[in-house]
Design a protein around this ligand. Structure first.
Ligand SMILES: CCCCCCCCCCCCCCCCC(=O)SCCNC(=O)CCNC(=O)[C@H](O)C(C)(C)COP(=O)(O)OP(=O)(O)OC[C@H]1O[C@@H](n2cnc3c(N)ncnc32)[C@H](O)[C@@H]1OP(=O)(O)O
Ligand SMILES: CCCCCCCC/C=C\CCCCCCCC(=O)OC[C@@H](O)COP(=O)(O)O
Length: 270
């Protein structure tokens, strides 16, 4: 009789463990907590190595983040490596679905490359501090004039210090199964510095990660590096065309890579 009472007690944790929602919250919590711990480890190492804020710290950050994909059951299939074999500074643009993008970013991050991010990220505890140490350029999205002047300075620094910048031209996270229209900052930046743009496309996460449905399964992400788009000789009058052209190549690559993503746990019902 006493043993029967034990059954629900044992069943509850078992049910929780097998329920998608539990796995979702567990993996999300683990991801944030683990990144915070890695950042805590990286902070003194970066300070010892370069004495403070320096794009070279991204090498160490990159190597510390590379294993996190295994812990979350994610795989990356990268194509187009040859397009990153470009000398000197350039602007990388990519779509932005979730904070998980950091894992793919670190998978292919070239040397001397840092990012443009919203200024709120600096307050994200140890992660915020490591972003600052890694030379991330922070912009205030709510004040276009401030963001423009920070990006104009970044264009000069790119050339002076031979730095590459990664920008998310959608300007925010987006998981609606398509790309948002692009903001213009990344294209002004590339034109002002007269450097090429290298588009990178992450396939849709919808086969394994659904925020609203609380689903976070194992999955494969296709990362496609596309041929560079030159900006030599272009002026601010050409920015709209450049933006449209980049959107179009990335949009078709997004649809193409997302339709053929292998699904490790069977199809997702919507
Ligand atoms: C070891 C452990 C470690 C653990 C953790 C490690 C973490 C490490 C790294 C993590 C990094 C991850 C970083 C991720 C962060 C992602 C983000 O934060 S995304 C959000 C921030 N990024 C952006 O917003 C970039 C894209 N946005 C833009 O480029 C925008 O254009 C803008 C500059 C913010 C301006 O916004 P808005 O006004 O809404 O935009 P537009 O409509 O495009 O522009 C209006 C107007 O202004 C012109 N314009 C825009 N930019 C410029 C410019 N630089 N110069 C001149 N003019 C500009 C534009 O052309 C429009 O005018 P028009 O006449 O209509 O054309
Ligand atoms: C004490 C502060 C606690 C803050 C906790 C949050 C810390 C996050 C920790 C680990 C995650 C590691 C990856 C960090 C980088 C992710 C950056 C990111 O993806 O920002 C979102 C931003 O692009 C768009 O945001 P909006 O949806 O437009 O707004």
């Amino acid at each position: 009789m006493d043993v029967l009472w034990m059954v629900p007690l044992l069943l509850i944790p078992l049910l929780m463990w097998t329920s998608g929602a539990f796995v979702f919250y567990f993996k999300k919590f683990f991801y944030v907590a683990w990144m915070m711990c890695l950042a805590l480890l990286a902070i003194p190492l970066c300070i010892l190595k370069s004495g403070g804020r320096d794009v070279e710290n991204m090498r160490l950050i990159r190597s510390l983040v590379r294993h996190v994909k295994y812990l979350l059951g994610l795989r990356f299939e990268v194509s187009g490596w040859e397009h990153l074999q470009t000398e000197g500074p350039y602007v990388i643009i990519s779509n932005h679905q979730s904070s998980l993008d950091v894992l793919g970013l670190m998978e292919i991050l070239p040397d001397r490359c840092t990012m443009i991010a919203k200024k709120e990220l600096i307050y994200a505890g140890t992660v915020g501090l490591i972003c600052w140490l890694g030379g991330i350029v922070f912009i205030n999205r709510k004040k276009t004039s401030d963001a423009k002047s920070v990006m104009a300075d970044a264009a000069e620094t790119m050339l002076k210090d031979q730095i590459r910048l990664w920008v998310f031209p959608e300007g925010t996270r987006n998981q609606n199964g398509d790309l948002l229209p692009f903001k213009k900052g990344a294209f002004h930046l590339a034109v002002q510095a007269q450097v090429p743009i290298i588009p990178v496309v992450f396939s849709s996460y919808r086969s394994f990660y659904l925020r609203k449905e609380k689903q976070f399964k194992s999955g494969t992400i296709r990362l496609k590096i596309l041929p560079k788009i030159e900006t030599k000789g272009l002026t601010s009058d050409d920015v709209s065309d450049l933006c449209d052209k980049s959107f179009n190549v990335m949009h078709s690559a997004f649809l193409e890579t997302s339709s053929s993503v292998p699904q490790s746990n069977g199809p997702v019902s919507h």
